[in-house]
Design a protein around this ligand. Structure first.
Ligand code: TXA
Ligand code: MG
Length: 330
């Protein structure tokens, strides 16, 4: 078990993994860590187990699940065909935060793909979960381990705040990347990014042809997108979220210091206040801390969470702004 304990040193004792394997094999649910967010795991080939995931998350039946695999051989067993683009992307980015949507194999339970013709597969980059997948020897569905529409969990504590002890949680420490995987559709023609993430269209484009029209910031969030999860409000705390521009800092600070019931998230305000959360200035750091900051801000039960919209010009910032706009559209 030394492998699986590497990341935090205090996780993944063999007994917890054994229990998880037993539970998953008998159709139960287990929450597992990944490098992006925690996932609500169930045996992807057991329709009853998959149904429990939809039920617990209150997830609409038309929103398909991502299937987590230990390796490309397992991914290939779930798809009707494995194009060379999939092979190249898997070689370059797996294990890692890239989900590929491919034509599904006939034996995959319908609930996994929400009755659709495709299936989303990804090999997560977390030693504990890779060990779990290898031991169980089956693919696992793993939507983010949160109630549908709410903020994804990036620590075991976030999951327990929602589920209590209803589902065991394999604690793999805080997630290293912090926002959900990039989802890319591989079909006829160039790859299309359905959900932006820390693996950017530019990085994908260095390996395979990418549909440029999906690369602008508005792309994945608006218009007809063939990924049901992207069509609705998402990632929203209970507390209303409002976005503001850096030019509005003074006014926001005045509200905060004037005693307004608000929590402020900003990378750039150089003052100390108990309800001001200083966000990292680099996009990777910001992504890693965003959901924890939202969970914490929500816990304060203020009347609003005011978030300064980061201005950085990179595709990782685009992915972050995508999440922020969704959080604010609740
Ligand atoms: O980083 C992640 O991807 C995390 C961790 C746990 O792996 N999982 C995750 O799953 O974010 P979930 O269920 O919260 O989001 C899955 C997204 C949804 O937007 C869903 O609509 C889309 O992937 N998706 C799943 N299967 C699809 C398919 N066959 N075609 C198009 N979109 C699909
Ligand atoms: Mg989710």
């Amino acid at each position: 078990m030394t492998d699986a304990s590497d990341r935090t040193g205090n996780v993944g004792n063999a007994a917890a993994l054994d229990d998880a394997v037993r539970l998953l094999r008998s159709g139960g649910l287990v929450v597992f860590p990944t490098e992006t967010v925690y996932g609500l795991g169930a045996d992807a080939l057991n329709p009853d187990a998959v149904a429990k995931v939809y039920e617990l998350k209150q997830r609409p039946a038309n929103n398909p699940l991502i299937v987590h695999v230990a390796d490309t051989a397992s991914a290939r067993s779930l798809v009707a065909s494995w194009p060379s683009a999939a092979e190249l992307l898997a070689e370059r980015f797996w294990p890692g935060p890239l989900t590929m949507v491919l034509d599904r194999a006939a034996h995959v339970p319908h609930a996994v793909s929400a009755g659709g013709p495709t299936i989303a597969v990804r090999c997560p980059d977390h030693p504990l979960t890779l060990e779990l997948l290898r031991r169980i020897g089956r693919p696992l569905v793993g939507p983010s381990a949160n109630a549908s529409g709410t903020v994804s969990p990036t620590t075991a504590e976030h999951v327990r705040a929602w589920l209590g002890d209803r589902v065991p949680v394999l604690d793999g420490g805080p997630c290293a990347r912090g926002i959900e995987s990039t989802v890319v559709r591989l079909g006829a023609g160039p790859a299309a990014v359905l959900r932006p993430g820390v693996i950017t269209p530019r990085e994908i484009g260095a390996v395979v042809a990418v549909d440029e029209s999906e690369q602008d910031e508005a792309g994945p969030g608006e218009g007809p997108v063939p990924s049901p999860g992207m069509l609705r409000r998402h990632y929203s705390p209970r507390t209303p979220v409002r976005l503001f521009e850096p030019s509005q800092r003074r006014a926001v600070l005045d509200r905060l210091e004037g005693g307004a019931s608000v929590v402020v998230l900003s990378p750039g305000m150089a003052v100390e206040h108990e309800r001001l959360v200083r966000m990292p200035a680099d996009p990777e750091g910001y992504a890693r801390e965003l959901y924890a900051a939202l969970h914490r801000a929500d816990g304060i039960k203020a009347e609003a969470i005011l978030i300064e919209l980061p201005q950085g010009e990179s595709q990782v910032w685009n992915a972050i702004r995508d999440r922020l706009r969704r959080a604010a559209s609740g």
